[in-house]
Ligand binder design. Structure first.
Ligand code: DMJ
Length: 611
């Protein structure tokens, strides 16, 4: 008997060839049905029960399974999502971190680039400032000595004592105000907190360059230097005075060049020198007093026909220096011609009238003879030209020595009652007046310098006596500041040596007394000259300083309650007065040795040449 649902039967029934698939399907249905019919009721019930149970369990299992699957799917979706999220996050984080790292590295790089740039800038500046070329005309004994010398000057910012520090503070106070209210202009007006022009070429700035260098004020020097390079314009339609422009601007540029070695200064100096040279286009070769910087047209002063004697004879150091620097003799030739011409003019025992005509080349014989205004620096430059040319040109020395004798003979007196030695004036070239300008106080320094260079003890003795008088012109005033002009008492039995007229009671913060104290201290090493200088410095601080606005000239040195500020800070206060204070208070070796350098009339040191 065949078993209808046996595996074999089913296999036979089911395992049909593909080509007869439909027929076999129908046959299979029929055979299943036949098998079913042959089953007993019991068998059918069992099968149905089993099927029912199977169905039921399927009905239960499937949704549960589905739920499980859904959960699993959800879970895996979630995991996928989270993984994706975390991956993305970590990617973002990573790239952020990388970015940050990159930025940090960039910043580091930039910082180090910046540092390098700063360093190189600083070292360039330093190089520029300390770029000392050994110039053959300098009288330094061994190679390298000059460089060390200048480095010492520049490092003199390493101040030696509190007095020098006080001077630097004073300079900084003045400079700050100039910078704030008058930058690039000629002069500060400290009361109005503004500026005024004289020549329109940055007078105070250029005049102060070497003071800053000597004081070691590197930043200020460098800033001013950049102004000279970028903004100083000489091609302007402006009349300038030959003497003032030469001693202050040309002298300032030349000494800034010598100290710093920065060529910008020498080129500016040449530009200026070339323009000023037109002053010498006169029939006598005695220069006219003024010239227009642009049109180059020179002319006598607006107020009279003559040039001033001290003006035409106080340009030689600067023009000679220009010739030496550029190895071009024309500048020196022009000023030598003036010196030679004056050398050959008739004089009163070496003394000269204060006016000379550029057309005729003759002195105005009726003009006053004085060692003060319009006469002063003629005598100063006789000695200094002799020194500048390495003591080779003796006619300078001889004229100077003769003039000192003439001073003693015609101008020197002693006051009553304290016998203060002073030099008066010859009005109209003949009538003595016991009047002395503060300007004459340059003379003790010049006399002492002459003594230092072998002109005899008498010169030093004179220097000391006149120095004492000049100090008294400060010490005897209530403010301890000198008036512009004093008259000396000549009458026997007089109580006071000094007479100050109201019109002469002003003080312009002039340098001459401090300048002489500097020379006297350098040459004698007598500390009292430093002490006198300190007293004067303190008086300037007390009566001429304005809070936050620099320093001002004052109207009345006799009043301690109402000295009256004048609205001007002179450029020579920074160029000369404060520089000489600083040099006066230096301990030890001189910052600018007097056997290597000669100061021009505006305190700008220029090198001494061998010949
Ligand atoms: C400066 O310009 C110079 O020192 C000049 O020789 C005289 N006058 C002033 C200072 O007083």
């Amino acid at each position: 008997m065949s078993v209808p649902w046996s595996r074999e039967t089913l296999a036979i029934n089911i395992g049909q060839d593909n080509t007869t698939y439909d027929n076999s399907k129908a046959r299979r249905k029929q055979s299943i049905w036949r098998v079913w019919k042959r089953l007993s009721r019991m068998q059918r019930s069992v099968i149905l029960l089993i099927l029912l149970l199977g169905l039921l369990s399927m009905l239960y299992i499937i949704p549960v399974m589905q739920l499980e699957w859904a959960k699993k799917r959800e879970m895996s979706e979630l995991i996928k999502k989270k993984t994706f999220f975390f991956r993305t996050q970590s990617k973002i984080l990573r790239s952020k971190l990388l970015d940050e790292l990159e930025q940090q590295q960039k910043a580091k790089q930039q910082l180090s680039d910046l540092q390098k740039a700063q360093d190189s800038l600083a070292s360039k500046k330093e190089e520029r400032q300390l770029n000392i070329q050994i110039r053959p005309e300098h009288k330094f004994d061994n190679p390298g000595e000059e460089k060390v010398f200048f480095q010492k000057i520049f490092k003199a910012g390493g101040i030696q004592n509190k007095k020098q520090l006080a001077v630097i503070n004073a300079f900084s106070h003045a400079w700050k105000a100039y910078k704030q209210f008058a930058w690039g202009h000629d002069e500060l007006r400290p009361v109005g907190r503004t500026y005024q022009e004289w020549f329109g070429i940055g007078l105070t700035l250029v005049d102060s360059l070497d003071t800053m260098y000597i004081m070691g004020l590197k930043e200020e020097f460098s800033e001013a230097r950049d102004w000279v390079e970028k903004h100083m314009t000489l091609d302007i339609n402006q009349d300038v005075n030959l003497f003032e422009t030469t001693i202050r601007i040309l002298g300032g540029l030349l000494s800034a060049y010598h100290l710093s070695g920065d060529v910008i200064f020498k080129h500016k100096a040449k530009d200026l020198g070339d323009r000023l040279m037109y002053c010498f286009d006169s029939p006598s070769k005695i220069p006219y007093s003024d010239v227009n910087l642009k049109t180059k047209k020179a002319h006598p002063p607006r107020w009279g026909p003559d040039s001033t004697t001290s003006e035409v004879t106080t340009i030689q150091l600067e023009f000679r220096d220009l010739s030496r620097i550029f190895r071009d003799p024309k500048y020196e030739a022009a000023v030598n011609e003036v010196s030679n011409h004056i050398h050959n003019q008739p004089k009163k025992d070496g003394l000269v009238p204060i006016f000379i005509n550029a057309q005729t080349g003759e002195f105005r014989t009726t003009a006053t003879i004085t060692l003060g205004a319009r006469g002063d620096s003629y005598y100063e430059y006789l000695l200094k030209q002799w020194l500048q040319t390495g003591k080779k040109n003796d006619s300078f020395r001889d004229d100077y020595v003769e003039a000192v004798k003439g001073m003693q003979l015609h101008l020197m007196r002693e006051s009553e009652p304290h016998k203060l030695l002073y030099f008066g004036e010859l009005l109209g070239g003949r009538n003595f007046s016991p009047k002395m300008d503060h300007l004459v106080c340059y003379l003790p320094g010049t006399l002492a310098l002459g003594y230092m260079h072998g002109l005899g003890d008498e010169h030093l003795e004179l220097a000391k006596k006149l120095m004492k008088t000049c100090f008294n012109m400060y010490n005897r005033m209530p403010t301890k500041l000198s008036p512009e002009i004093v008259y000396f008492n000549m009458a026997p039995g007089a109580k006071e040596d000094l007479i100050v007229k109201p019109a002469d009671a002003h003080n312009l913060q002039r340098p001459e007394t401090v300048e002489s104290l500097f020379y006297l201290y350098q040459i004698t090493k007598d500390k009292k000259y430093q002490e006198w200088g300190w007293m004067i410095f303190q008086a300037f601080e007390k009566y001429t300083k304005l809070p936050n606005a620099g320093y001002a000239s004052i109207s009345n040195v006799k009043s301690i309650t109402n000295q009256g500020f004048r609205d001007k800070m002179e450029s020579f206060f920074l160029a000369e007065t404060l520089k000489y204070f600083y040099l006066l208070f230096a301990d030890g070796d001189p910052i600018i040795p007097l056997d290597k350098y000669v100061f021009n009339s505006e305190a700008h040191p220029l090198p001494i040449y061998d010949s």
